[in-house]
Design a protein around this ligand. Structure first.
Ligand code: NAP
Length: 383
């Protein structure tokens, strides 16, 4: 029986993880859950999975939760410390890291320090603090397993050969809702249109990141830290059908890909059951369900975010953290209709231009750069 704690249990990845766990109640048990403010759903999850501890975003939400489930056996915590306690809890073998944005960083680090295996959805942790997080993982020799479908695909394709025989990692990208939108029309796209992803149903923040392709930029950085490849060894191809989740090109010309329907429960199941495989109730694949597969190069003018991400990765140090912090502020400003869609990436670009890169080998250094980026982005947006 594998015991699992989930950070972000009420989100898209959290809910799908619990769905996989429910399909295999004989193999997994939930130890602890951390969520934000959606206590209606959390109460449901508590009654089904009976975690020992739950944590919510703040004290007010914790009091509301307590007044509704006061007599339950589940201990209620809150805030960063609460989420960290969920991540470190004794008895859990694996932590699913699926909070959104920088909120996931400290609890993910806490899980690494506590020697837990981590199934990582919260890619922002690696973007902000790749050096710090991977050093902690190496110290304890625990596993960092990708949940992102692209990295799950790379992980599986890399098991087919030796690292020194790899020529290139090829990340696929659907291209999002604006793949074929003329560049001059992007300025006026609505929040509703930007949230309408053609192939994946996800939380709001990653859906906007997918529309700008910043999500793919984050994934390039994530790939570097997960698998140890340099920026020139990583490329991105547009693949609108999201069936081929990524590929590894070997030096002999063989290209190994992992394919499947766009259903996050597949990489989640792979990560939480690794090194085993478990059966899933996904519909079987067929020629019709895969359809015609197409690939094309990325138009870097249409999607400047990808160039920024490669630049940030090459620059290194605190630059990726700054890119992420500015992006979080800009995405939230777009969602509240303070800025236009194209303002997201132009804000990130300006903040990066203003940044004086520092080493990013301590948590304090990355948190300081994250705060600086947020303040700088906020003042650019307000002015
Ligand atoms: N969705 C996908 O298909 C997908 C695929 C690949 C990678 N990812 C990555 O997975 C992560 C989660 O994405 P998602 O789509 O699942 O996001 P989501 O649906 O927005 O869920 C985010 C989760 O984080 C919780 N949360 C937010 N702020 C918090 C805080 N300050 N303290 C505690 N909990 C907090 C939310 O709680 P409440 O809802 O209760 O407030 C929710 O449980 C992101 O890093 C994303 O890039 C997602």
């Amino acid at each position: 029986m594998k015991k699992i704690s989930i950070l972000g249990s009420t989100g898209s990845i959290g809910r799908q993880t619990l769905d996989v766990i429910s399909q295999h109640a004989d193999k997994f048990r939930v130890t602890a859950l951390a969520a934000g403010k959606n206590i209606d759903l959390l109460i449901e999850q508590i009654s089904i999975f009976k975690p020992i501890v739950v944590s919510v975003e703040d004290q007010e939400t914790a009091s509301k939760l307590d007044s509704q489930i006061g007599s339950s056996q589940t201990q209620i915590l809150y805030g960063q410390e609460g989420a960290e306690a969920v991540a470190e809890i004794d008895g859990a073998d694996l932590v699913v890291s699926a909070m959104v944005g920088a909120s996931g960083l400290r609890p993910t680090l806490a899980a690494a320090r506590a020697g837990k295996d981590i199934a990582l959805a919260n890619k922002e942790s690696l973007v902000i603090a790749g050096e710090v997080l991977t050093a902690e993982i190496q110290k304890k020799n625990n596993r960092l397993l990708p949940i992102d479908s692209e990295h799950s695909a790379l992980f599986q394709a890399l098991e087919c050969g030796e690292k020194h025989h790899v020529k290139k990692l090829i990340l696929t990208a659907s291209g999002g809702p604006f793949l074929n939108t003329p560049k001059k029309e992007l300025e006026d796209v609505s929040v509703e249109l930007a949230l309408n992803h053609p192939t994946w149903k996800m939380g709001k923040k990653i859906t906007i990141d997918s529309a700008t392709l910043m999500n793919k930029g984050f994934e390039v950085i994530e790939a570097k830290w997960l698998f140890g490849f340099e920026p020139q060894e990583i490329s991105v191809w547009i693949h609108p059908q999201s069936i081929v989740h990524s590929m590894v090109e070997y030096i002999d010309g063989s290209v190994i890909s992992q394919m499947g329907k766009p259903d996050m429960r597949i990489p989640i199941a792979f990560a939480i059951s690794y090194p085993q495989r478990i059966s899933m109730d996904c519909n079987t694949v067929s020629p019709e369900s895969f359809g015609n597969l197409s690939f094309q190069n990325v138009d870097f003018e249409q999607f400047p975010s990808l160039s920024l991400a490669f630049d940030a990765l090459k620059e290194g140090g605190t630059m990726p953290s700054v890119m992420n912090g500015a992006n979080e502020v800009a995405v939230s400003a777009f969602l509240s209709e303070q800025i236009k869609f194209t303002g997201i990436i132009s804000t990130v670009e300006k903040v990066m231009e203003l940044h004086n890169t520092q080493p990013a080998n301590t948590l304090d250094a990355v948190l300081e750069s994250d705060l600086w980026a947020r303040n700088t982005a906020q003042s650019l947006i307000e002015n």
